[in-house]
Unconditional design. Structure first.
Length: 280
């Protein structure tokens, strides 16, 4: 909730939502997710206006990252250079080492807070052999990645192919359900919803996640700008992989593969790029 208002005795009182959020600790955060959080930071905290709601939750958050010991079939972080090893943005990072049925963790410290937490735990210094084992685990994960984003200048490729026949092809399969945007860790669009009570004395405004796959998203006076599924899929993918660079200086995709996993008809962003590139 962003604010609420109440009319009493002929006067209207507006109250901003200033509830103090709880302090969050995120346990088991993957490298792709840390990269996505860095993107969200740029969106919500960069520029002249920081989002106070995001800022309040973000400021004191504590992150325990985990370096992936196994890649999923839909993962492609290695080709996006966002994983599978957590490089920054964590307080502590763990690599699980399984040997002879026993589990041990190599811990890396990323902040003073992480240092203080580790200091309170039973631990022993890592040996060179431990470090080599952990490096080997991450290297194996990199080598077993289920997918890869094609190489080359994808921004240019997509922007030069806005009328490529593949957009019609994907539009035939896409249900415009918006699942991909709901699970994507870098999608940040929101809308606001106003509600009032039946007597007309109380009202409030809430912020909700939105999706560029809905008709309402691009509605302006008289209708939706992107009325076809083709236009909406193209908007999503070209924003993620092309115009995001112009807006924020990086790709909007961290290769987590969630949009592939959760698409009910199996649309795969890496396959769509490859098709436009003219590959298999
Ligand atoms: S999840 Fe799949 S079907 Fe749904 S909008 Fe995204 S690409 Fe289309
Ligand atoms: S576009 Fe797909 S793979 Fe890329 S960050 Fe979003 S959900 Fe993950």
């Amino acid at each position: 909730r962003l604010w609420s208002a109440k009319r009493e005795d002929g006067e209207t009182r507006v109250t901003a939502d200033v509830t103090e959020p709880p302090r969050f600790a995120f346990i088991g955060v993957r490298a792709c997710e840390l990269n996505a959080i860095a993107i969200q930071d740029r969106v919500f905290l960069g520029g002249p206006f920081a989002d106070p709601h995001y800022q309040a939750r973000r400021e004191d958050a504590f992150f325990v990252a985990v370096n992936c010991g196994q890649a999923g079939g839909t993962c492609f972080c290695a080709s996006m250079k966002t994983g599978p090893k957590a490089e920054a943005g964590f307080d502590l990072a763990l690599t699980e080492m399984l040997e002879d049925g026993e589990s041990r963790f190599l811990v890396e410290v990323g902040s003073d807070e992480g240092h203080d937490v580790l200091a309170a735990l039973p631990r022993e210094p890592a040996t060179a052999a431990d470090e080599a084992t952990a490096t080997g685990i991450v290297a194996r994960t990199t080598a077993s990645m289920g997918r890869s984003m094609p190489e080359g200048n994808i921004r240019e490729l997509l922007l030069e192919n806005l009328e490529h026949p593949r957009w019609d092809d994907v539009a035939e399969r896409c249900l415009t359900c918006g699942n991909c945007t709901m699970v994507c860790p870098t999608c940040f669009c929101t809308s606001v919803e106003d509600t009032s009570d039946l007597t007309g004395t109380e009202t409030s405004r809430e912020r909700r996640w939105d999706s560029c796959f809905t008709m309402d998203f691009s509605y302006i006076h008289g209708g939706s700008v992107r009325s076809s599924g083709k236009a909406r899929y193209r908007q999503w993918m070209t924003h993620k992989l092309a115009t995001w660079f112009d807006q924020f200086g990086t790709s909007g995709c961290v290769g987590c593969g969630r949009c592939v996993t959760w698409c009910p008809v199996g649309i795969d962003i890496t396959e769509e790029v490859r098709a436009i590139q003219g590959g298999d």
